[in-house]
Ligand binder design. Structure first.
Ligand code: HEM
Length: 351
């Protein structure tokens, strides 16, 4: 046990002891304040984490029944408008499907691609994307049913599904509740949309960046069972740039795609059944009849060959893989809750 030492109150040692006791007690009280402040900031940090987690859950909460009470006739209205547009021009189904892809890969599925100018004017989209007018027309009809309720992003997602159905492809349930962006990202069209000269690994990387697997990428590329591409996007491939092309196919393409000139003439992405949604695209690839370099990259003695063979031999396997990959693509970074807005006109933000 320590011996206790008593000092006289007038002694210098006593005064020294009192002063150091005072300093110690002040230090203790400062430490106490610091500890309390740290505890409080820990609580607010925890609170912030909880709020962030809730926001993440909210963005994952798209639901197929989202408009069941707020606009029950929206889905049927969109479906019949798409059916009419496709009946008057079958290629429109292809164009609407691609519009949804180009929306989702740039800043998420938020209808940013529908804002006039911006993303629409960059290289992958300018003089190439089509269908804006059809979406505007559908939006007018839906606004007449339910004012400022159904987002342009959801209209586009449903229109993509309805286009596939109208051209004989599979149907699937579409999660809904996306909101529209208040801005667009023109620069990201150049970095996030894969180009027609992409290699297999570049395609894989572009899809992985959006959390889509290689299997999803092969399935979604099957969208090229529909629609057309411009000569400038496959010209290099047919004039000696690629060796993995069927010679007769290359010769037939050259007739409408001269080596020089503007390169805007069109050729079907699926020469077998250009206006029918089926698995012929994959059989074409196995016959070296992919139109774009990026198409044929999926079947070129490499890791995706087996997936191509599988889809070529089973229409059912393709349909089901395509449908589930479309749902995954449609779920890329949706805006929900209080994010963004419900645009009244799809081509401009609300004033
Ligand atoms: C894998 C990477 C992809 C590349 C490199 C690519 C590239 C292209 C190119 C260059 C065109 C022709 C554009 C023109 O000449 O004006 C095109 C058309 C088309 N793309 Fe893709 N695409 C890809 C994936 C997709 C996906 C995932 C979808 C939909 C799910 C899609 C749907 C379409 C459709 C339907 C067309 C025809 C559009 C029309 O006729 O209006 N593509 N694509």
């Amino acid at each position: 046990m320590q011996p206790r030492i008593f000092l006289h109150s007038t002694s210098p040692q006593f005064r020294l002891q009192r002063r150091s006791q005072a300093i110690a007690s002040k230090a203790l009280s400062e430490l106490d304040k610091l500890a309390r402040a740290m505890a409080a900031s820990c609580i607010s940090l925890q609170l912030m984490l909880v709020v962030a987690a809730l926001a993440a859950v909210a963005s994952a909460q798209l639901s197929p029944t989202f408009y069941d009470t707020s606009c029950p006739r929206a889905a049927a209205t969109i479906k019949s408008a798409v059916a009419a547009a496709v009946a008057s021009e079958p290629r429109m189904g292809a164009s609407l499907l691609r519009l949804h892809f180009h929306d989702c890969f740039v800043q998420g599925c938020d209808a940013s691609v529908l804002l006039s100018g911006n993303e629409q004017d960059t290289a992958p989209n300018k003089d190439s994307l089509r269908g804006y007018g059809v979406i505007d027309n559908i939006k007018t009809q839906v606004e007449a049913l339910c004012n400022q309720t159904v987002s342009c992003a959801d209209i586009l997602t449903l229109a993509a599904r309805d286009s596939v159905v109208a051209l004989g492809g599979p149907s699937w349930t579409v999660p809904l509740g996306r909101r529209d962006s208040i801005d667009a990202n023109a620069a990201a069209t150049l970095t996030d949309l894969p180009g027609p000269d992409s290699s297999r690994s570049q395609l894989e990387a572009a899809f992985l960046k959006k959390n889509l697997s290689t299997a999803d990428m092969v399935a979604l590329s099957g969208a090229h069972t529909l629609g057309q591409a411009q000569c400038q996007n496959f010209r290099t491939r047919i004039y000696g740039g690629d060796t993995n092309i069927n010679a007769a196919y290359a010769t037939s393409l050259k007739a409408s795609c001269p080596q020089t000139g503007t390169g805007t003439s069109l050729a079907p992405l699926d020469p077998t059944t250009p206006n029918g949604f089926d698995n012929a695209y994959y059989a074409n690839l196995m016959n070296q009849r992919g139109l774009l370099h990026s198409d044929q990259a999926l079947f070129n003695n490499d890791t995706t060959d087996n997936a191509v063979r599988n889809f070529a031999s089973s229409a059912a396997a393709f349909s089901s893989a395509f449908a589930s990959a479309m749902v995954k693509m449609g779920n890329i970074e949706p805006k929900t809750g209080t994010q963004g807005q419900i645009r009244i006109v799809c081509s401009k933000v609300n004033s």
